[in-house]
Design a protein around this ligand. Sequence first.
Ligand SMILES: Nc1ncnc2c1ncn2[C@@H]1O[C@H](COP(=O)(O)OP(=O)(O)OP(=O)(O)O)[C@@H](O)[C@H]1O
Ligand SMILES: N[C@@H](CCO)C(=O)O
Length: 323
Amino acid sequence: MAVYTDVSDEALASFLTDYALGELVAFRGIAEGVENSNFSLRTGTGDYILTLYEKRVDPRELPWFLGLMRHLAQRGVTCPQPVAGHDGEALRMLAGRPAAITSFLSGVWPRRVRPEHCRLLGVALATLHLAGADYGHERPNALGPAAWRPLLESCRSTGDVVQPGLVAELDRALDSILPAWPSDLPRGQIHADLFPDNVFFLETGGSRTLSGLIDFYFACTDLLAYDLGVCLNAWCFEPGMEFNVTKAKLLLAGYASIRPLDAAERAALPVLAQGAAIRFLLTRLYDWVNTPPGAMVTRKDPLEYLRRLRFHLAAATPEALGL
Ligand SMILES: Nc1ncnc2c1ncn2[C@@H]1O[C@H](COP(=O)(O)OP(=O)(O)OP(=O)(O)O)[C@@H](O)[C@H]1O
Ligand SMILES: N[C@@H](CCO)C(=O)O
């Protein structure tokens, strides 16, 4: 679970006096997630999410994330909206952490991904990319290719605990991926962590709609098609780690229906998927070896991403990915 920081009744009551949200009706920690502490909050004016920003978020970057969420919503992307207090500010401190209240999105994330989810995801991802195009502020990707060697170095003495030979295998993978990494593809604001648990759907009367996107705290300015690499990994592998090309084709077709890929992006997709696999493998590995026993968080399995990485290193053609 991810509630790293406790919020006392008194601290919450005092915090809420800064807002015009009515009286507190209910408040509870949300078990899901690994990065920040999230709470659901019901007040006299409705449902909200309270987030306390934890380890990986630099507080100086929070205005960039919240500004992007406002910008995207103004252009039709359904995502959480920061709620301002009486002073017009959405960001303040609570229990010693930067904190913000955002709007609650309806819908549920898919526990089991169906092909149709992937098409809707592709449409939403391309819509996000177009909507972000005129957000005039850049944020470098702190977990982009330049971060991967240092991350692996920080796991060098401990990483093989997870699997013998893992560190050497990742060294070789980086030797292959980094020199091939593209630099001249279309760039813009990307989500960079669009896993199924960050995408909500509604099913009504037999029809399925995508109701919103959450968790923009890895968003950054980077290659647009890298987001497709992230999504191919997170959405198009079956629990047994077989790649589902039908899901990939629908993801890519949904995306292209809003923003067609250019030839260079299509050609780069295999290496982008390799890079996306090693990025999540490395952060999961780092967390695996650095999370103290007893921490209130469920670690994610790095080896799930080793299997994806191996698939992409072996496949290595756009056709194998459904293009
Ligand atoms: N705006 C929202 N509306 C509804 N539910 C939300 C909202 N934001 C967060 N949640 C709930 O809180 C959970 C955790 O949120 P989130 O994914 O942002 O946390 P995180 O710790 O940053 O997680 P991650 O591990 O995905 O980075 C979500 O799965 C969802 O159930
Ligand atoms: N989506 C990430 C965790 C949050 O960054 C993962 O599954 O490794």
